[in-house]
Design a protein around this ligand. Structure first.
Ligand SMILES: Cc1ncc(COP(=O)(O)O)c(C=O)c1O
Length: 380
């Protein structure tokens, strides 16, 4: 391709897309194996559940090849009914996505126009900034405090202040990458501060883990008392162990909100294997709960061990920890990769000394704690 053609591609792309940062999806295990010549990989970069899904998922997927020639159910009726049944909503108020990231995208496609205000957190899950910017929205990011907690007064100010109300507020509770959470009282203050025109998007990707933290709010129950637009997003990728199959769901204030998302999503956005697997996983909550309890115990153990080494660890209600190494994170991440350990070095300005490490198997967690201590002692 000539450079003139490459320039032309850039010229004809929408300006919002031309300037968009790429999502940092991290390295695959295969790439790390090949690039660093290591056999044993500890995948601690994507907040996956090392226990994987319920054994019922394998059984459910077994017979799928025979029906793979058919399109999946475009409306995910069985899965929506199952989720509605347990969460107390109507099926029409439940929407399913190809991962909850697909629902974030659909929300932005359906509701955001160039120049709209969107309020979210800094540091944040990348797509909370990227998808609104893709639509030309102005994203205002509210930094966490020095203690790595939500800055509740700053959130209230961002929501209630400004010349015009935000079109959307995207709030992950608990946050990714920090892991901090808004408790009951803080959530109440944020809801009260949000103008009724603002679509509240509460991203609860780590809901099942955070539910074990005292004070974690029942956002769904609270928002159901509100006569305003809102949606709570959850996922099968984390606690339910189905990251590879891509299923997320949204619990919406009203069926009309779901219908707006239906207009912009691809018609068959959730494939057949994903629907079948999610339904089987949902039918075995005990498996999920057992793995979540184990992850929370491992998280607290790791946090205590790292703090004992002098590492600053942010409070976490999720299945990961955000660590301030007080030195550039790039060389440390490289040294960990060379030992087969994948974590996520944070790239946002102001957070270049932070890494996020997922809670993995007990063995991988202990390997991480020991190798990090070694790197911090002897240099990367
Ligand atoms: C806060 C948050 N939201 C959404 C997602 C997307 O999850 P998925 O698309 O796998 O459901 C993630 C994944 O890491 C996340 O951390």
């Amino acid at each position: 391709m000539t450079s003139a053609t490459i320039d032309r591609i850039s010229q004809i792309a929408r300006p919002e897309v031309r300037d968009l940062p790429a999502y940092n999806a991290g390295l695959s295990s295969d790439v790390v194996r090949q690039r660093y010549g290591v056999d044993q990989i500890a995948r601690l970069g994507s907040n996956e559940n090392p226990s994987g899904p319920s054994p019922a998922v394998a059984d459910a997927l077994g017979g799928l090849a025979q029906t793979a020639g058919r399109y999946p159910d475009a409306n995910c009726l069985a899965l929506r009914a199952a989720i509605a049944g347990r969460t107390g909503l109507q099926s029409a108020e439940v929407v399913i996505g190809n991962g909850s990231e697909n629902l974030l995208e659909a929300l932005c496609l359906a509701f955001l126009s160039p120049g709209d205000r969107v309020v979210t957190l800094l540091p944040s899950f990348g797509l909370h900034e990227i998808y609104p910017r893709m639509m030309g929205a102005q994203v205002e990011m509210v930094p966490v405090t020095a203690a790595m907690e939500f800055d509740v007064p700053a959130w209230c100010e961002a929501l209630a202040g400004g010349a015009r109300p935000p079109k959307m507020a995207i709030l992950s509770n608990p946050s990714n990458p920090v892991g901090c959470m808004l408790d009951d009282a803080a959530f109440e203050r944020v809801v009260q501060a949000a103008p009724p025109e603002t679509l509240l998007v509460i991203d609860e990707a780590y809901y099942e883990y955070a539910s074990l933290s005292p004070g974690f709010p029942d956002a769904l129950a609270r928002l159901r008392q509100e006569d305003r637009p809102w949606i709570v997003l959850r996922t099968f990728s984390k606690a339910w162990g189905l990251a590879g199959l891509r299923v997320g769901y949204g619990l919406a204030s009203d069926a009309s909100l779901v219908q707006m998302l239906d207009r912009v999503r691809t018609p068959f956005n959730v494939n057949m294997a994903a629907q079948v697997a999610a339904l089987a996983a949902w039918g075995d909550p005990e498996h999920m709960t057992t793995s979540v309890r184990a992850a929370v115990a491992q998280r607290d153990l790791m946090a205590a061990q790292l703090r004992a080494q002098g590492v600053t660890v942010a409070p976490s209600a999720a299945n990961f920890l955000f660590l301030d190494l007080r030195r550039p994170n790039g060389p440390v991440a490289e040294a960990l990769l060379a030992r087969g350990i994948i974590i996520k070095p944070w790239k946002d300005a102001g957070y270049e000394t932070f890494i996020r490490v997922s809670v993995g198997t007990a063995a991988d967690n202990q390997r991480f704690v020991a190798v990090l201590a070694d790197i911090l002692r002897h240099g990367a």
